[in-house]
Ligand binder design. Structure first.
Ligand code: DGT
Ligand code: CA
Ligand code: CA
Ligand code: ZN
Length: 578
């Protein structure tokens, strides 16, 4: 569907109009159109063909014409003209944290900044902080935003890479002569971002398979094409590319190769040391005693012949996994998840109804689902006023009455306000079955009479109705750095108050991240893995949260949404009574 391309084009027009100093109503009309198109579930080309564009909210005659032009030609004059008028490097500046259209316009007008290089120059020279309305602190934040973007932008989030890898794997496994296909590398280890995708297949005719691989649909550039290895790039997002490597190996070596190319490099180095101590030789072809192969066909055999237990890929980071007597069998897995305790609906900023979310959750085999829409202060997310919240709770109760096979819990994602208080009074929270409390505003470090994110989080946990803290650090992968949170203090308070910490499974968040998961478990904190889904499709992102939990060594007994509903309710009551 062309919908998402149009959304990007219209958002871009609005950004550029704003930089260009256009009037607010014109900018907003493009933003509104982008939002309508984003929510549209049918193909906009079909709507246009049936002359129904102007029936959509926020789409007038002019906007409809621009949409039609884009559908017909892949261009709109408005965007072309704006792009011709403004420097090419300007839109990229909007990606920097702290640089909205107003600031971009300011540095462009006053200092002639037209690209990232210019921006860095005026930051270094001190010219930028002299501009009206900026100052040293905000310029410092922008400099940090640039550094953050530069270090994080070369890697691809797991949530983008996994579907691409799976689509390739499905096409490769269908090729004649291919016996087996598996994903390896950092993606198999469940790392939050991926340098490149590594795929392995077992087949005899390496050259023939690689030739077919580099010619597959979706390939943009061919980087290498040999007799055992092919390397290509796949486009995604705006002008970004992901590298995908395929290695073809003989079936007899498949296990050793899969182990080797899963890595991590550090884990492999440790494993090879263990082999050497046993006077064995380990490489991607197998485990050898002299010239005699003693393992290699399957991966478990490699570990077994080294007198080791097979290590789940998520833990292969040389963080003690080969020495520690860990309970690998008890690690949480996707099959253990019995419910999702943080989803949104059309009541706030979600795109599906309570019933639609519940039906989808039921299809995933869940026993319970907590509807947690935004609270009143989250105005941009259409947060619920007290009155609307009361009615919403009634609606959730009514939907639960009507629905068989899954329990729908009435919840909220209640804002933690800048002073650490909660956005709803206890009287409302007490009517909910489950409360997630999250910080969505004033995410800066605090100080000078302002509460810090740590103080706010710890204060919220003191409330008996707060069951869990949502996305504790607030980071957005490659887009927003985490808040300055004293994780040790948060963990200590969570354990003391019986408050759970969320692993937000959305691949843009993965918050808590793996190292914090381990820290939380060691601190005796109970975790909950939630998708924060705003659409039924996003419920499937649970897998990313589970992978992150596994990387942190989380056992199913440390994860609250592996509990039965009865046990879960006991946990909530436990918190409310202490
Ligand atoms: P990435 O792609 O940066 O997210 O991380 P990986 O772990 O996927 O790294 P990649 O793609 O360079 O290589 C895949 C695996 O192959 C890696 O995890 C371990 C193995 N490997 C690659 N080069 C070496 C090496 O020089 N020594 C050892 N022991 N293993 C290697
Ligand atoms: Ca890789
Ligand atoms: Ca690679
Ligand atoms: Zn949230």
């Amino acid at each position: 569907m062309i919908n998402s391309k149009l959304v990007r084009a219209f958002d871009r027009i609005a950004d550029l109009l704003e930089i260009d100093g256009e009037k607010a109503f014109r900018i907003n009309s493009y933003r509104r159109a982008a939002r309508t198109l984003k929510d549209l579930t049918e193909d906009v080309a079909v709507v246009a063909a049936e002359n129904r564009l102007t029936e959509l909210p926020g789409i007038g005659k002019g906007t409809a014409q621009r949409i039609e032009q884009y559908i017909d030609t892949g261009h709109t004059d408005v965007l072309d003209e704006l792009q011709a008028k403004l420097p090419e490097g300007l839109p990229a500046l909007l990606e920097i944290q702290g640089m909205g259209p107003k600031k971009v316009a300011l540095v462009y007008d006053k200092l002639g900044v037209g690209n990232l290089g210019d921006l860095k120059r005026v930051i270094d020279s001190g010219e930028m902080e002299k501009l009206p309305g900026l100052g040293a602190t905000s310029v410092k934040r922008i400099a940090e935003g640039i550094a953050f973007l530069e270090t994080s932008s070369q890697r691809t989030p797991m949530g983008i890479a996994l579907p691409i890898a799976e689509a390739f794997a499905a096409q490769i496994v269908a090729m004649i002569g291919v016996k087996r296909v598996e994903i390896a590398g950092s993606l198999r280890r469940g790392a939050e971002t991926i340098g490149d995708v590594d795929i392995l297949c077992a087949a005899k005719d390496g050259e023939g398979i690689v030739k077919q691989f580099v010619a597959l649909e979706g390939v943009k550039r061919v980087l290498a094409s040999g007799s055992t290895k092919g390397s290509v790039t796949v486009p995604f997002g705006e002008g970004k590319e992901l590298q995908v490597d395929l290695r073809v190996v003989p079936a007899d070596s498949f296990g050793a190769a899969w182990q080797y190319f899963t890595g991590s490099k550090e884990h492999n180095v440790r494993l090879r040391e263990i082999a050497v101590r046993k006077q064995l030789r380990l490489n991607e072809w197998g485990l050898f005693d002299g010239d005699e192969p003693i393992a290699g066909r399957d991966e478990a055999g490699v570990y077994k012949e080294l007198d080791l237990r097979w290590v789940p890929p998520e833990l292969r980071e040389d963080r003690g996994e080969l020495e520690r007597g860990a309970d690998f069998g008890g690690l949480v897995s996707s099959q253990d998840i019995r419910g999702d305790l943080h989803v949104h609906t059309t009541a706030s900023d979600g795109r599906c109804t309570i019933e639609e979310m519940a039906e989808a959750a039921k299809r995933l085999g869940y026993k319970y689902l907590a509807i947690c829409d935004h609270s009143k202060s989250s105005t941009i997310a259409n947060g619920l006023s007290v009155e609307r919240m009361r009615r919403h709770i009634d609606e959730i109760r009514a939907a639960n009455e009507q629905t068989r096979g899954i329990e729908i819990l009435a919840g909220t994602e209640c804002d933690i306000l800048p002073d650490g208080s909660l956005d709803y009074a206890d009287e409302i929270l007490a009517q909910c079955d489950w409360v997630v409390a999250s910080i969505h505003s004033a995410m800066g470090p605090g100080g000078k009479g302002k509460s810090s994110p740590t103080e706010r989080t710890v204060a919220a946990m003191q409330n008996p109705f707060v069951s869990a803290i949502g996305h504790p650090t607030g980071r957005l992968l490659s887009r927003r750095a985490p808040m300055e949170l004293d994780m040790a203090a948060v963990i200590e308070a969570a354990a003391k108050t019986h408050t759970m910490l969320e692993i937000n499974a959305s691949w843009q968040r993965l918050d808590l991240q793996d190292v914090h998961v381990r820290q939380a478990i060691e601190g005796g904190v109970e975790l909950v893995i939630n998708t924060d889904a705003h659409h039924v499709d996003q419920l499937e992102q649970m897998v990313y949260g589970v992978t992150t939990a596994r990387r942190g060594g989380a056992l199913r007994k440390s994860v609250a949404n592996c509990l039965s509903l009865t046990e879960l309710r006991k946990r909530i009551v436990l918190k409310r009574q202490t």
